[in-house]
Design a protein around this ligand. Sequence first.
Ligand code: ADP
Ligand code: DP6
Ligand code: CO
Length: 340
Amino acid sequence: MKTVTFTAPVNIAVVKYWGKRDDKLILPLNSSLSATLDQDVMCAKTTVACSKEFKESSLWLNGKREDINSTRIQNVIKTIKKLALEKNPSNEIISWNVEIRSCNNFPTAAGLASSAAGFACLVSALANLYEIEGDLSEIARQGSGSACRSVLGGWVAWDKGTNSKDSIARQIADENHWPDMRVLIIVVNAGHKSTTSTGGMARSVETSRLLELRAKEIVPDMMRKMEKAILQKNFDEFAELTMRDSNQLHAICLDTYPPISYMNDTSRFIQYVVHSINDFHQTNKVAYTFDAGPNACLYLLEENAQLVTSLLCKSFQIGAEVFRGNEIPKLNENIDSLLM
Ligand code: ADP
Ligand code: DP6
Ligand code: CO
């Protein structure tokens, strides 16, 4: 028996991937950009084992048995085994059955990039098991699009490319580039979303005209601006671009027919509080971004972490009830007193 255990981090996109031009190879309609988070807080952990004794192959996710014959899992396993055979045709372990056990230490299928961490982790573990070297981004992408960005650290672009070989991740800046950048994750609902990312984006591709416009006209310009803001460490610009891009994703979800609502009232309350904080300070102190789920990811600098977290906590205490009644509290005027 041979066993390998790996961990892999999530990545949170600031220019979102939404829509495929090729469902099988997972080629995106648009390029995207994300930061890969440190894996000491949120990660997938996967153990892969293979043995001559295993009667069948199996997959376990968070302790529950899942279908190992799903297309994406099989695509990943087959691609890696093919490379392993090319490298060493006499490696007998390639023909043995595999057992895959994976756990996420954060909510799965809740819009916090579990598919990204999960498939990046699976691909790394299998590559290590069969002793494959080289770029794993292309293989991870065929498990889940966003996973191709989690194989690299720091700030990572996924160029839409022209084919399977060049539609891969590229590091634009490493993990030490912006050392005071922080990400605050607010879990609004840890449950599984009712529309998966795969299903949601497929429906958007079929029905949303706005998505066509976004992919063709808006994202290329957005990618240039975002890359520049990150390289220049211009937080004010980075924050505005990030929030606009997130809002555009959710606008497209509403333009999808039938529409999809990933954000809920609590997500919108967080969005509102973030704008109140930024308006009051007349500069962006914090940026929200929401993936396909209600949970908030906030980008902020270390120097503002204390300010932002206390304002958010206080806002929740005083505001959430009022907001639910649709009477939006005037946080702009009160924001200073919130800190007292
Ligand atoms: P998320 O927003 O969390 O990425 P998705 O809808 O994109 O949600 O994907 C969720 C799916 O990703 C899960 O139902 C499962 O099939 C797969 N997945 C999540 N975590 C893992 C993991 N650790 N290993 C393998 N597959 C995983
Ligand atoms: C909103 O990568 O989960 O998180 O390729 O179908 O597995 P599949 O979808 P997935 O989609 C991620 C969508 C997103 C934006 C992003 O991470 O770029
Ligand atoms: Co996902």
